[in-house]
Ligand binder design. Structure first.
Ligand code: UT7
Length: 332
């Protein structure tokens, strides 16, 4: 059997560091609340006059290609996960393709929010295993800061989300590789974490310019406690699903890289599954929740810190808007 394998990983975060104290100057919040409830100390925000989702993604992709020792022209497909594309349409996949000068190759956009990177990895894995493509860039990238409500009204989301990008290069391999991916959704909870507009289900009269001036429906709406409650259940479920499917135990996991939604969620999963500190990677303290970008950024940082070594067993897991949740078990 042939597999797909991650042969390079890279990330790129904007330079601008936004501290909790800075947010306290914009809204009624404080460092103690944010650290206690989320574990976040700071996050990165782009300079919107310079950065785009596609160029953050391009920088992460070039790093991943460099680490893989693969020339950019060898990339034959892009799978791009984001919920914050540069334009409403087209998706940012084609913009990344343009940035990299890869005229003519296919570019697919994935909109599965926090689970988007694992969905993207799963799609790319199937394309590699079927023999359709040989070198796929799988990207998660977000610019969320420009859409946040940074007044007290939006404080339950404004303090959480951040910007950044991560990418991996996927290639065929005789040795594993991606062992399995597991994807789920439950749309009954779609409105528990969503952005309403510009939604096509609005009647035309509600989409006139004077209505659109009311921008509140363009902001993130999140029922935090409801999302939290479902997250802790689904995360453990989908991690166990990956372990059972591959007949391995939790003790064999070298590193679990959960989507960085909230440090308390990661700690809850760690405790519930009985994992050691060295088995779980967290970097939400520095970047906040970067949605589809969080797993590849974390994977890239774990790699840089020497926490991902050859033959290690990695588990990626995510939960978020949709609801969607997913996992991937990987032999590095
Ligand atoms: O990426 C995947 C999806 N997202 C998640 O997984 C997020 C899951 N949920 C969470 O992380 C947490 O629910 C939050 C961090 C969003 C909120 O934490 P919480 O412990 O669930 O707080 P809460 O929403 O129950 O709010 C508690 C209090 C409220 O005040 P009252 O009603 O008790 O007076 C809020 O108004 O905290 C208040 N509050 C804040 N206070 C200071 C909410 N946001 C803030 C804030 N600063 N930024």
């Amino acid at each position: 059997m042939s597999y797909s394998k991650i042969v390079g990983v890279g990330h790129c975060v904007p330079d601008q560091v936004i501290t909790n104290d800075y947010l306290s100057s914009l809204m009624d919040t404080n460092d103690a609340w944010i650290v206690e409830r989320t574990g976040i100390h700071e996050r990165r925000w782009v300079d919107p006059t310079k950065d785009t989702v596609a160029n953050l993604a391009a920088r992460a992709s070039l790093k991943a290609l460099e680490r893989a020792g693969i020339g950019v022209k060898e990339v034959d497909f892009i799978v791009f996960a984001t919920i914050t594309p540069d334009y409403y349409f087209p998706g940012s996949g084609v913009l990344l393709q343009r940035e990299l000068g890869l005229e003519g190759i296919g570019a697919l956009d994935i909109r599965n929010a926090c689970s988007g990177f694992i969905y993207a990895l799963s799609v790319a894995d199937q394309f590699i295993k079927s023999g359709m493509y040989k070198t796929i860039l799988v990207v998660g990238a977000e610019i969320q800061s420009t859409a946040l409500d940074v007044t007290t009204r939006g404080r339950n989301t404004a303090v959480i989300f951040g910007d950044g990008a991560g990418a991996v290069v996927l290639r065929p391999s005789e040795k594993p590789g991606i062992l399995s991916t597991h994807l789920h959704s439950d749309g009954r909870f779609a409105e528990e974490l969503y952005v309403r507009d510009p939604g096509s289900s609005r009647p035309r009269e509600e989409r006139q310019p004077e209505q659109i001036l009311d921008t509140t429906t363009y902001k993130v709406v999140m029922n935090g406690s409801q999302v939290f409650k479902h997250a802790v259940v689904r995360f453990t479920e989908v991690i166990n699903e990956a372990l059972v499917a591959n007949q391995v135990t939790k003790d064999q996991i070298s590193l679990l890289i959960p989507h960085q939604a909230n440090l308390r969620i990661s700690q809850f999963i760690q405790e519930k599954m009985g994992l050691q500190n060295e088995q779980v990677f967290n970097n939400i303290m520095h970047y906040g929740n970067t949605t589809a970008a969080s797993i590849p950024i974390a994977l890239s940082e774990a790699f840089e810190q020497g926490r991902v070594r050859e033959n290690d067993l990695l588990c990626l897991a995510a939960f978020g808007s949709g609801f969607t949740w997913a996992s991937a078990l990987i032999r590095w």
